[in-house]
Ligand binder design. Structure first.
Ligand code: SAJ
Length: 418
C-alpha cells in the first residue's frame, strides 16, 4: 500500500493544474516531462518561466527546470505514467466537451507499454475515465485494458480529480486530501503511488465514477451556497436591509456559514462543473440547475443597479474596480466582473467608464471594442469617478482609504469596504 511511484512521468496540459502538479512531482526527485500543444507555453516552461500568476509557482518551476527534473515539449514522450490535465469546457448545450481529453488519450495510446499508469485529473462527467480506457483500448488492441478483466491488465487507468484553489494552489496541492478512483482496485493503488510522492493529505481510494462525481459535487455544493448568498442579497436589496449585516449576524449561529454575495460566479470550474451533473440527470438536478441560473443572472442584476445609479447624474464617470474572476488572481476566464462591465458599457454607451485591475494590463477581448472604456490606475479611476463600483476585492482595493470615496456613490458588490 505504501508503494511510491518510480520512473518517468509525463503530464499533458501545462496549465493551472498540470504545471503545479509537474513541479510537486519533479521536486520529489521524479523526472517529469510536461507536454502542451501550445508552443509558447512549452518554450516558457523550458526557460523555467510561468506563463500566468500563481503564488510560489514561479520559484517551483525555475527550480525544477534548473535541477533538470522538469522539461517541456509538444511531443508525447515514452513514460511510466501519464497524467491528463487538459481543459474540459462545456458545449453549447452544456454537456462536457471531452475533445481535449480524448485527443490526449489517443496521443498517449501510441506510447503506452505494459505496466504504464494513466491518470485523468481533468474534471469530467461520470464515465469519462472508462471512456479514456476505451479510446486507448480501441487504438491498442494489443494491450489488456482494465475493462477487459479485473486481473492482469497491462494499463492501469484511474481518475484523481484536482481540488486546489487558485491563489493557494502550491499549498493545497500538498495539504489537500486526494480522491483516487480506479477502474479497478489495482488501478487506484497504482495511481495513488504517484500522489503519495507529494500529498500530505489522506489519499482516499475509490472507484472512478465515484471520484468523478465527488469532484463535480464539491463544486456544485459551493455554487449552490454562493447562489444562496446571491439570492439573499437581492431579497435584502428589495427589502432595503443590509445583506452583509444579516449574514454577519446569521453566521454567529454555530451551524450557519453563509458565503459572500458578489457580482456572480466565475472561473473555469464552478460555473461549468455543475452543468455536468445537470446533463447527467436533467430531471433530478433541480436545485443545482437553479443555483447555476441564480448565479448566472447576478451580473445582470449588478449592472442594472449601476445603470440606475448612473441615471441620477447628467454625465457621470463610472469607475469599475476589478476584472478578474476573483480576488488576487490574474485570471479573467468566465469573469462576472468582465460581464458586468460589458453590460454597463452596452447600456450607457456615452458614459465614460474607467476600469482598474492591478492584475490585468490589457482589456480582455470581450471589452476591447468599446470606445467608452479605459484601463486606468485605481488612484486615477477613483479620483475621477462619480460612481465607484467594487467588483473584485483585490488587496490593493481593500486598502483604499474611505476618505478617497467621500462624496461619491459607492457600490461595493463584495462587501469589502464595510
Ligand atoms: N465567490 C463568491 N462568493 C463566495 C466565494 C466565491 O461570489 O463566497 C465567487 C468568486 O468570486 C469566484 C467564484 O465564486 O468568482 C469561484 O471562486 P472560488 O474561490 O469559490 O473557487 P475557484 O473557482 O477558484 O476554485 C474552485 C474550488 N472548489 C471548491 O472550493 C469546492 C477549488 O477547490 C477547485 O479545485 C476549483 O474550483 C476547480 O478547479 O475545480
Amino acid at each position: 500500500m505504501s508503494d511510491l511511484f518510480k520512473g518517468r512521468l509525463a503530464i499533458l496540459g501545462l496549465g493551472y493544474i498540470g504545471l503545479p502538479t509537474a513541479v510537486a512531482i519533479a521536486t520529489r526527485g521524479i523526472d517529469v516531462v510536461g507536454v502542451d500543444t501550445n508552443t509558447a507555453r512549452v518554450e516558457a516552461v523550458s526557460r523555467g518561466e510561468v506563463p500566468f500568476i500563481e503564488p510560489d509557482l514561479a520559484v517551483g518551476v525555475s527550480g525544477a527546470v534548473a535541477m533538470g527534473r522538469l522539461t517541456a515539449t509538444t511531443e508525447i514522450p515514452e513514460a511510466d505514467a501519464f497524467i491528463i490535465a487538459v481543459p474540459t469546457p462545456f458545449n453549447e448545450d452544456r454537456t462536457a466537451d471531452l475533445s481535449s481529453v480524448r485527443a490526449a488519450a489517443e496521443r498517449i495510446a501510441a506510447k503506452l507499454r505494459p505496466g504504464n499508469i494513466v491518470v485523468l485529473e481533468s474534471t469530467s462527467p461520470p464515465g469519462t475515465t472508462e471512456k479514456v480506457a476505451g479510446w486507448i483500448g480501441d487504438l491498442r488492441p494489443d494491450l489488456r485494458m482494465p475493462h477487459d478483466g479485473d486481473f492482469g491488465c497491462d494499463i492501469y487507468v484511474a481518475h484523481c480529480p484536482e481540488r486546489v484553489l487558485p491563489g493557494r494552489i502550491m499549498i493545497e496541492i500538498v495539504t489537500n486530501d486526494r480522491v483516487v478512483g480506479g477502474l479497478t482496485q489495482r488501478c487506484a493503488e497504482k495511481a495513488a503511488s504517484i500522489y503519495r510522492l507529494f500529498a500530505q493529505g489522506e489519499i482516499l481510494l475509490t472507484d472512478a465514477a465515484s471520484a468523478e462525481m465527488a469532484k463535480l459535487v464539491e463544486n456544485a455544493y459551493r455554487d449552490v451556497n454562493i447562489a444562496f448568498a446571491n439570492e439573499l442579497s437581492m431579497i435584502a436589496d428589495a427589502l432595503q436591509i443590509d445583506v452583509w449585516e444579516v449574514i454577519r449576524l446569521a453566521n454567529r449561529h454555530p451551524r450557519v456559514r453563509i458565503l459572500s454575495p458578489g457580482p456572480g460566479v466565475g472561473g473555469h470550474c464552478i460555473p461549468v462543473d455543475p452543468w455536468f451533473i445537470v446533463s447527467a440527470a436533467p430531471e433530478l438536478a433541480r436545485l443545482i440547475r437553479t443555483a447555476r441560473e441564480v448565479n448566472d443572472q447576478r451580473p445582470y442584476h449588478v449592472a442594472e443597479q449601476v445603470v440606475l445609479k448612473a441615471k441620477r447624474f447628467r454625465s457621470p464617470t463610472i469607475a469599475c474596480l476589478g476584472l478578474t474572476f476573483k480576488a488576487n488572481v490574474d485570471d479573467v476566464r468566465e469573469s462576472p466582473a468582465v460581464e458586468v462591465v460589458s453590460l454597463i458599457a452596452d447600456a450607457l454607451p456615452d458614459t465614460e467608464i474607467l476600469i482598474s485591475d492591478p492584475f490585468v494590463d490589457a482589456l480582455p477581448t470581450k471589452l476591447s471594442g468599446y470606445s467608452n472604456l479605459r484601463l486606468e490606475s485605481a488612484y486615477q479611476a477613483v479620483e475621477r469617478a462619480d460612481i465607484v463600483v467594487l467588483l473584485v476585492e483585490h488587496e490593493p482595493f481593500k486598502a483604499i482609504r474611505q476618505n478617497r470615496l467621500g462624496g461619491k456613490v459607492v457600490y461595493d458588490t463584495r462587501g469589502a469596504w464595510r
